[in-house]
Ligand binder design. Structure first.
Ligand code: PLP
Length: 358
């Protein structure tokens, strides 16, 4: 089986081996040391400014998006949400549910965010901007330096969902002036699902400290306080945290975050060049290294997904809704190689020979 979806993705052998072991008791000094190391490596790889902290939440990426909205923001904020797909829409719904006043920048499928979208919102009373650095549903990577400039000029807190782009595309909290970065275990961290991580700048930490607590399980005050002794308030996904530890240490040994982003960038470029002989068109003009969205010119996209799954044991990512038969996505995150790209493209060429792909 080869998995080219955008999560859960394939894990390396070392991470998988940990999954076969017994899960240890966690209220121990040994587990605390592992959590200290996890936090240190996350802060380093995120380029977090001095005094930042990382909280490890048991729950998928959405749990950390919600924890961010309810702990960092309050109904006296006024926020801008970039909504270019289903994950942007999720931030909009979180703001609705938690009564955070918000203005949505609604983008069409694969439409890039430009200065023209932001300009009308300058010099207003906004306090924060929420963006999914990579909108995984479309494969679009937003122009983060442009967003960063806008936030700095307008003194906005910058909250970044980097769930699919962390370790896949260049990102540096300090350089961008980002205050929150969110990621999840089952994307480029290439571990099983179950843990998401929130990195908070000193400014964001100060907000968490001052804002009222409105939820027990997703309370960041408690998570951060417990983190000071390498612990979590409730039983975490202990096994996944051990797998994350292994993966973070492996990245460190293999040259750090820059080397990992380079590897992903080469893998994505390799696939895009190999697939160019097929009757597909790149859907996103500014693609993330994490995923390639392809527009299928004649063959229903969903059929390509089904045949690859049932007849070639290869998983790609179908799209839902109106685009089900137009677009499919190929992920590059996880333990994939250039040889795997060749296997996928050869399967597609075989489907073309059989008359399935036209
Ligand atoms: C995967 C993903 C999420 C979170 O999804 P979960 O299913 O809750 O893990 C959020 N934002 C983006 C951009 C994602 O790619």
């Amino acid at each position: 089986m080869l998995n080219f979806t955008v999560g859960p993705v394939m894990s390396g052998d070392a991470v998988r081996a940990i999954g076969g072991e017994q899960v240890p008791y966690f209220r121990t000094q040994e587990f605390s040391e592992i959590m200290f190391q996890n936090e240190r490596l996350m802060l380093e790889f995120a380029g977090a400014p001095e005094g930042s902290r990382a909280a490890f939440m048991t729950g998928s990426g959405t749990a950390s998006m919600e924890a961010t909205v309810i702990n960092v923001l309050t109904p006296s904020d006024k926020v801008i949400v970039v909504n270019g797909g289903s994950f942007g829409q999720r931030f909009v719904e979180l703001c609705q549910i938690h009564r955070i006043p918000h203005t949505e920048i609604h983008l069409d499928y694969c439409e890039p965010l430009t200065e023209a979208h932001l300009a009308p919102l300058a010099d207003k009373d906004y306090t924060a901007l929420l963006v999914n650095m990579g909108e995984t549903s479309t494969g679009v990577l937003y122009d983060m330096p442009m967003i960063s400039r806008f936030c700095k000029e307008n003194h906005l807190l910058l909250i970044v969902d980097a769930i699919s782009t962390f370790l896949a595309d260049p990102f540096d909290m300090s350089a961008l002036g980002a205050d929150v970065m969110i990621t999840g275990s089952q994307k480029a961290l290439a571990c099983p699902p179950g843990v998401s991580i929130i990195v908070l700048s000193p400014v964001a930490l100060d907000r968490v400290e001052k804002n009222p607590t409105t939820c027990m399980y997703l309370d960041l005050k408690g998570a951060l306080k417990n983190g000071e002794r390498g612990q979590t308030p409730f039983t975490p996904a202990v096994g996944v945290l051990l797998q994350i530890n292994r993966r973070l240490n492996d990245i460190k040994l293999q040259g750090g975050v820059h080397a990992e982003v380079m590897r992903m960038s080469e893998l994505a470029a390799d696939f895009r060049s190999k697939v160019s002989v097929l009757p597909f068109r790149m859907a996103s003009p500014s693609p993330s290294n994490a995923v390639t969205s392809l527009y299928s010119l004649a063959t229903p996209a969903y059929e390509i997904f089904t045949v690859l799954k049932d007849e070639y044991q290869i998983w790609i990512c179908p799209n839902g809704g109106d685009l089900r038969d137009k677009i499919f996505r190929v992920g590059h995150i996880g333990a994939l190689t250039k040889e795997d790209n060749t296997v996928l493209v050869e399967a597609m060429l075989d489907m073309e020979k059989r008359g399935i792909i036209k």
